[in-house]
Each structure stands twice: as C-alpha cells, then as structure tokens.
Write a protein that binds this ligand. Sequence first.
Ligand code: GTP
Ligand code: ATP
Length: 705
Amino acid sequence: MSVPAIAVYTSPPGAVHAPPEHDASSRGTAPCSAAAASPSAASSHRHAAVAGGLSCLFSSPCAAPRATGHEELGALWHDRSDESVVLPVGAGFGGGGYSYPQSSSSSPSPFKLRDHLHRSPVPLFHSPTTSPASRSPSASWLAGRERDRLFSSFVRNALGSCIDYAPVTSLPLGVPAAAGVDAAELAFELDESFSEAEPSCEPYAHELLAGAQARHRIFRDELVVKAFFEAERAHRGQKRASGDPYLQHCVETAVHLAKIGANATVVSAGLLHDTIDDSFMDYDHIFRMFGAGVADLVEGVSKLSHLSKLARDNNTASRTVEADRLHTMFLAMADARAVLIKLADRLHNMKTIEALPLVKQQRFAKETMEIFVPLANRLGIASWKDQLENICFKHLNPEQHKELSSKLVMSFDEALLTSSLDKLDKGLRDEGISYHSLSGRHKSLYSIYSKMIKKNLTMDDVHDIHGLRLVVETEQDCYRALDIVHKLWPRVTGRFKDYISHPKMNGYRSLHTVIMCDGVHPFEIQIRTKEMHLQAEYGFAAHWSYKEGGCRHSFVLQMVEWARWVLTWQCEAMSKERPSALTNSVGIRPPCPFPLHTEDCPYSYSQQCNHEGPIFVIMLKHDKMSVQELPANSTVVDLMERVGAEELRPRINHKPISDPNRKLSMGDVVELTPALPHKSLTEYREEIQRMYERGGFTLAITPRS
Ligand SMILES: Nc1nc2c(ncn2[C@@H]2O[C@H](COP(=O)(O)OP(=O)(O)OP(=O)(O)O)[C@@H](O)[C@H]2O)c(=O)[nH]1
Ligand SMILES: Nc1ncnc2c1ncn2[C@@H]1O[C@H](COP(=O)(O)OP(=O)(O)OP(=O)(O)O)[C@@H](O)[C@H]1O
C-alpha cells in the first residue's frame, strides 16, 4: 500500500493562459466545479484515501485534488492523467476527499488543468507566463541560444511535454471518457486492411481497447489503435503467468507511458514492445506497418530486454560497479524513449509479480532495485521510481515494509499538506510575493525507510515526510518568503539551512527550514529560485546524483541530463507533429547543448557528439557476462588484450568480425568463444563418422503412418 502525493500550486499572479485547444473541456476532464469536495468529505475520506493510496495535485485557482487507487506508497508526481478521466463526474478530481478553496481568480486556468492531466516526465514547475504560440519548440527556439529565452522555452517545453495529442475527437465537458466507448465507435476512419482485421479479435481484446481508451484518450489515436490490433495479432493465444492474456501486459505498459505524457509513437511502441522477442513479427514487419519511428523503438526495447536478461542470469545487479555501468550503458546506447518503454514494461511486471514463484520474485525485485530504479531516477520519473522501490521493498524486506506502512498511515496527513499549501499561498499573496510554483509531496515509504537506515533515525525523526517547495523569481524573494514562513509557523530550531549564501560543494542552492504544523507535524520547506531549481534537477547538483551518492564520470552527468532533455523535448515535438505511420522520428533531434550550457560548453553531451568519456561494453567470455569499461576509441583487440583472451574468437552483436581493430561502441555485446581448431575437412569428416559410430547422433525420424 502506498500514499505519497504531490501538490502543485501555480503562481496566481500573471495568470497563465493556454491556447483554447488546450482547454480541459476538450480533454474530457471533469469540470472544476465537480472537482472540489467539501472539507468534511476531506477528513472522512482521509483514512480510506491513505489506505488506498492517495495523491494530490492541484493548481490555483481551480483546485483539483483527487484520490488514486495505487497499491504502493509512491510519490505520484506524474501519473495522473488518466485517473482523473476514469473517475465518474462528481467523484472527479475531488473524489479523493479534500478540497482546495477557490482563490481570488475565479476562472479556472485551462493551462493548469492541462498540466494536471499530463505531467512531464521530468519533474518541473509551472511557468508563470506562457503564450499560446509558444508551446512547441519553435524555429526561433532552435535557432536562439540566449540563456533566458532558452530557460523559459525549457520550462515551457518541459511542461508541454505533457503533450497535446492531436485530439481525434473531443469529449464533451464533464463526460468521462469511460462512458460508452468501445472499439466499434472509434472516432476515425480505419484503413481497409485494418477494418478487416478488427472483427477477427476476441471480445476480450475489444474490452481491453475500450478500457484503455477510457483511461487515456491517446488510445483513440489511429496509430495507437493500429498498434493495438497488431499487438493482439502478435500475442494471440499467449498467456501471462497469472493466466491473463499477454495482450493485457502490452496495454498496461502502454497505459503507463500514456500517463506520463508519451506520444503516439512511444505508446504504439509500448504496445508492440514484446513482438520482436515473443512473436513471429520482426523489425521489417513493424517498419513496414508503422515506420522507423516505432520499429526502432521496439528494436531498442528488445535489445535492452536481452541485456537485462543477460544481467539477470549473471546476477550482474549484485556487482555494484557493473550495475552502475549498465545504467549508463542503457541510457547511452538506446534512445531514451526505448529506456522509458523498458521501464514501463518493468513497472507492470513488478506490479503483477505475485504471479511468479517466490524465488523469481526475489530475483526480479533485486534486479529492479539495482538496475531499473536508478534508471527511473536518472530520467526523472519520480512516480515510477517510487512505485518500483516500494514494490521491491515489499518483496525484499516484507517485515519492515509491513511495519512502516502501518506506522505511516498513522502519521500521514494529506489534508494537512493541502491546508499548508493554502496557508503559504495566502501568506505570500498578502505580502505581494509572486512565485513560480508551490508544491508539496509526501515522502515515499521506501525513501523514509532508506533515510532511517542511512541516518539511523526513527520514523519520528524524519522531518521531511511532509515537504513543501516554493520556487520564486529572485534570491531576495527567497529570503522574503522565508520570513513569511517563519511568521506563519513555529520553526524547529537548528533545522534552518542557508544553501544560498553557503552553497553545497556540488553547487546546490536553496533555503531549507523545518516548521511545526499543527504543533505535531514537522514540515520541511525548501525555497529557491527558478535557476536554483534547474540546478537541483539537472547538472551537478541534480537530485538523481544526490540520491545516487555521486558519480565518477562527468560525461555520465551530461548524458543523463541529455537523456532527460531528449525525453521531454521529443514528447513535445513528436506530439505536435503527429507522426504519420511512416515518419522516421529519428530525424527529430533536440539541439545538442542543454539549455544551461553555452554554445561552446565543452562538456555538452549528445549522442551525436564524440564524448571523451569511457565506453561500456558487455563481454561474454566462457558464458560469463561482465560489463567492461574501456577508454573511448578502444578496439576489439584492446578488449581482448585487457582480458587476456587473444586466443579467443570475437563476435560482436552476434556477428563474426573480420577486423579485430574495429572500434567498440557503447553497448556492444562482445562474445569471446574458443576458436575452432584448424582441421581439414577430411579430419572433420572422420570425427563426425567416429561420433556417429559411437552413437553420438540421434536421427529424428518420424515414422510414416
Ligand atoms: N537536488 C538536490 N537536492 C538536495 C541536495 N542536498 C539536499 N537536497 C534536498 O534538500 C533536502 C534536505 O537536505 P539537507 O537540508 O541538507 O538535510 P540533510 O542534512 O540531508 O538531512 P535532513 O534534514 O534530515 O534531510 C534533501 O532531502 C533534498 O531534497 C543536492 O545536492 N541536490
Ligand atoms: N520539501 C520538499 N518539497 C517538495 N518536494 C520535495 C521536497 N523534498 C524533496 N522533494 C522532492 O521529492 C522527491 C522525492 O524525494 P525523496 O523524499 O525521496 O528524497 P529527498 O527528500 O530529496 O532526499 P533525502 O531522503 O535524502 O532527504 C524528489 O523529486 C525531491 O526533489
């Protein structure tokens, strides 16, 4: 079971207006009025909400908190898009049980609602200003490198990455998409072959599609529906360990992707992610039907699956250095979106892991913790990271999990979080301080546990179970806001940290204070500027590396930053240019430098740039796998000399090579096998003859009836 939550509260001044097409009404969301529940409902639902897993995310001026039904404790920063759509009107956003009062501006901001529905894969804050014309990376954005403008574009894009699917059809305001949708009522023309294929599906497949469409509108997209039916064809008759149809796993994987804002290409690839490995379909088939965009992603996922299986079979996850190399390699060798799909696949597998034998549960949990959690962390998908961690925690430390879960239910107060946000928002308004964003979160169960272990604390000593974060415009505003915080609540002595005047070694800057809420609950409040926040999310002070405890290679930092950026950018770009089935998405690339880098920054990383960092390759020697680190530009011979295997025969990526001076690339799989002894044909013939005479061959002859 699980809870944590995020509340995001955007700056009321300088009201944010999104273009009309982004209006929530065109997304089939429940209207705001239906969202607000009464405070009494809030308290009465609290415990149920906690037990069921509650998340809150709301935006001023229209509050839109609601509950979700996640099983595990996890900070659901991103996964909110579809749930709101599924909830019946009335339950709507507010169904979770607490309300947020309307603030001074009475008109709901469609921008904010959009954000509510489609969060970025990268945790970010809300821009106070945006313009209708500026939601996708424009030509001027690409051309310009001016820092401020890049910054605001960055914020816009990151927000925009929560995507606008070119809507196939708009649902009427307040009508949950779930109502009466089935595959027979698809709101677009099916092409001929597709229409023919559809009726041959079994009823459960239609139900699955209708269910997915009810959860997220992208499942009405033509490309996605086509991918659905192709996945159905590929996996027809296949079952999961649970006995469920295999197709269900494909759909759930795709739903996870849709929920964090992935576009039609990525969601389609999510539906097809297992076809190359587990069905008769191959790359060429997918290419012909869906184009290189989808086919490359499916192939990328397949490659990651192979590496992951190799790693699991060889227990690589337990060897820290090699596990670390694997994270880096995964991100460096594959399109970040392929990693995203692999993560979504793993998330669903972990959520259904009970169907596997105990020993496999343990193995998967261990591997997930070592390999996939850090990947989710690096890509900034906090909700997946938290969910994965909590599930693994439950399987790896069941006793502690049980004990802490029940304790957390006692100490956790969702309503307090929202009322604190409200109080701070009011305090800031009263003093005329505008802010960029105000958000709150509950620490995930596993994060609490880890902190307790790391710092030898009891749960009562963890002061940031409830946390607020305020992002303001200027450094001066940080201190002014801090004064307000200290006037609003009594502070906990000795817990104030001024990382603005005294930045941390890694450059992290922020003000931290702990205050006492209701005299019982400590709240950690972080105050920073937009710029400081960017530093805290990316670059050297990035939260992921802070959590991972440092990183040896600076190129890894750059690469991760790049991958996160690509992800954000591509989701946005791709959703704007709704890909036709044959569009090659590889052509769409973000500019190499990260927004914070100047043009001549030598550290900027991109997969096109030749970074000087080491490369990581998988080596299979005598059937044992290891992840080898080599300097950039190393060759096969270099590797063979390094491991003392000059006499062995190298194959790269399953193909023999003729030139041992071939350069190695990140993610190459190098197999070193004993060379065939040099025998003449006659000698081989004699050997076979001897084996035959010894009875070494069994000829499979099927008797004719
Ligand atoms: N991104 C990022 N966040 C940081 C960094 N250091 C601290 N933080 C954030 O600030 C919070 C509190 O950090 P500190 O005030 O230094 O507290 P602490 O000494 O680690 O111990 P606690 O107060 O018990 O959390 C952390 O939980 C993080 O959310 C950093 O280097 N990078
Ligand atoms: N006070 C806060 N307000 C809002 N968000 C926060 C706050 N503190 C951390 N976060 C964010 O919550 C997410 C989960 O962080 P988590 O609680 O696991 O670790 P942490 O608090 O940052 O670090 P630690 O456990 O080492 O103290 C991260 O994205 C982090 O940036």
